[in-house]
Design a binder for this molecule. Structure first.
Ligand code: SAM
Length: 528
């Protein structure tokens, strides 16, 4: 890539097919460089990494496994492999596995085996998952494997822990694939339709020369895009199931530009080969589902948020599955994200429990409905009373991410809260703690649970959670000071003294701590 300088603008590339644009390389470099830090206030991820969406997926996948073994009793002899693409933080994986195991336990299901494959193209994410305390029990039980899988490259897909390749010999049951916020992240081709003619949309990139360092753009969001069109007269892909989609759009659309998520389709095609063409895909992303929504659109807009993403053409993915003998269920449009389900090698309607679960958890109370309602509460939580906040926590499956946002408000409402509500929250604190998936530079939920019990004068429980928080919070004045206060109330004066003294080393300017040390020393002397 040799930049050509004109005035203060630098041309990065000209007239490129979108899927071959340098933007995708920059995107990969971004995720590889940032690793887990991509999720620290940069790339949005709550929407696809919360316990609610994971529970929706778990209910669908359990229904699918049950349906499958009913139709194919021999399937019980083999594990169902469930693979997450572009996994990212691993928070979704944790909630999915946890919920699936809980459901199987509650229903007394002991004869279904599964293995969850967490995959990503960057090893930095894999290193983070391998060391994550929340995933450890599942790793130890052999329920999780890891794979360094680049969806844009067809290489053997190696399972790191089992030390085998994912292959038709291993995949005796259909492969379930999760694709959350990943189809929008990898390469797309771009096209324009005008007066029944189809054009390839070519991209030229430029940026200010101050945004260049050693011939490379520094910040992606400072890159400008110009478009050119070039008429397509023959079969563009030379693959009937893909060219049929372009033919359909040429015939049915009037004046618009659209994307074909070619990187994702190629990855699906590759995965199909590994699993005897029996694939079950669930994907949540932002995108278009209906043909009519693809018409009258301008050139594709690129949204930058640390990385960048595009609207996913779920309609094209659905056509691709249908053109190759599969099936698709697309959620009716909502604002924001949408969830879609695709199958290859079988029809969703052939599987009754699956069909109902998809209707319940993709259409009726979908992850996008949850997020819309949740966002409303999140944006106005200071207006709500304790009952409403407690109900919202239940709706959100006791999600630590939400509790951390509202914990100060909850604590402030506790003195006037009614006994039932306070007891209800207290009873669910172990669920909140069990949902803890630690992420860098975020507050510790165990500490906040300690604060809750502290505020309702349940000092033993408070102390227990403060102790558990220590490994995440580290040497923090507030933790040791609070532990000492609880110990004081429990008349554990020696422990209290040690922790007040420890707190004082962390903040020698704290007069209160100094006074507590004197007071506790006196109390201890009187006891002796
Ligand atoms: C936008 S994030 C989504 C993460 C997660 N699925 C979620 O919903 O929060 C995209 C993820 O895909 C990974 N990724 C990017 N390009 C990829 C590729 N070519 N193959 C596999 N993973 C890729 C990134 O490392 C990142 O973890």
């Amino acid at each position: 890539m040799k930049p050509e300088t004109t005035d203060r603008k630098v041309t990065i590339e000209q007239h490129k097919r979108f899927s071959q644009s340098a933007l995708w390389r920059l995107q990969r470099e971004y995720f590889d460089k940032e690793g887990i830090n991509a999720w620290v206030n940069q790339v949005p991820f709550y929407i696809t990494s919360n316990p609610y969406i994971a529970a929706c997926y778990a209910k669908i996948v359990l229904a699918f496994m049950k349906d499958w073994v009913k139709l194919h009793p021999e399937a019980k002899e083999h594990p169902f492999y469930i693979m997450e693409l572009g996994t990212g933080s691993g928070r979704f994986s944790f909630y999915f596995i946890k919920t699936l195991l809980e459901l199987m336990h509650d229903l007394g299901i002991k004869d279904l085996k599964f293995c969850y494959i967490m995959s990503d193209f960057t090893k930095h994410n894999i290193q983070y998952w391998e060391a994550h305390p929340a995933l450890k029990p599942y790793i130890d039980q052999g329920l999780i494997d890891f794979a360094l899988y680049d969806m844009e490259a067809e290489r053997p897909l190696h399972l790191i822990r089992k030390n085998v390749n994912l292959s038709p010999e291993l995949l005796m049951n259909p492969l379930t694939v999760f694709a959350n916020y990943i189809f929008d992240t990898i390469s797309h081709d771009a096209f324009t339709v005008l007066e029944n003619k189809l054009y390839e949309l070519l991209f030229s990139l430029h940026t200010d020369e101050t945004n260049m360092d050693r011939n490379r753009p520094i910040q992606m969001d400072k890159i400008g895009v110009d478009y050119n069109i070039h008429e397509i007269k023959s079969a563009y892909y030379g693959e009937p199931e893909l060219d049929a989609i372009l033919d359909l759009y040429k015939k049915e659309l009037h004046a618009t530009s659209f994307l074909i998520p070619i990187g994702s389709i190629r990855a699906i095609k590759f995965l199909k080969k590994l699993c005897h063409d029996k694939l079950f895909v669930i994907s949540t992303d932002k995108g278009y589902g209906a043909l009519e929504h693809l018409d009258n659109l301008g050139h594709p807009s690129i949204s930058f948020h640390g990385s960048f993403s595009m609207m996913v053409n779920f309609h094209a993915i659905s056509e691709y599955f249908k053109n190759s003998g599969g099936d698709a269920f697309l959620q009716t449009p909502r604002r924001g994200i949408r969830t879609s389900v695709f199958s290859s090698g079988f029809k969703i309607n052939e599987l009754p429990e699956t069909r109902v679960a998809v209707s319940d958890w993709v259409e009726k109370m979908s992850p996008s409905d949850y997020f819309t309602l949740h966002s409303r509460v999140r944006d106005h939580f200071t207006d709500y009373d304790l009952d409403t906040l407690a109900s919202h926590m239940e709706f959100a499956c006791w999600d630590p991410h939400i509790y951390l946002k509202i914990s100060a408000k909850i604590t402030s409402l506790l003195p006037e809260g009614d006994v039932e509500t306070v007891t209800f929250i207290a009873k669910n604190m172990p669920r909140l703690a069990a949902n803890y998936y630690h992420m860098p530079k975020t507050e510790c939920i165990l500490f906040e649970i300690g604060v809750f019990f502290h505020a309702i004068k349940k000092y033993e429980q408070a102390l227990e959670y403060y102790r558990q928080a220590q490994q995440y919070v580290g040497e923090q004045f507030g933790l040791f000071y609070n532990m000492a206060l609880c110990e004081h109330h429990l008349e554990k004066h020696q422990d209290a003294l040690e922790h007040f003294k420890h707190a004082f080393t962390l903040d020698p300017s704290s007069k209160e701590t100094e006074e507590w040390i004197t007071f506790t020393e006196k109390a201890l002397a009187e006891i002796k």
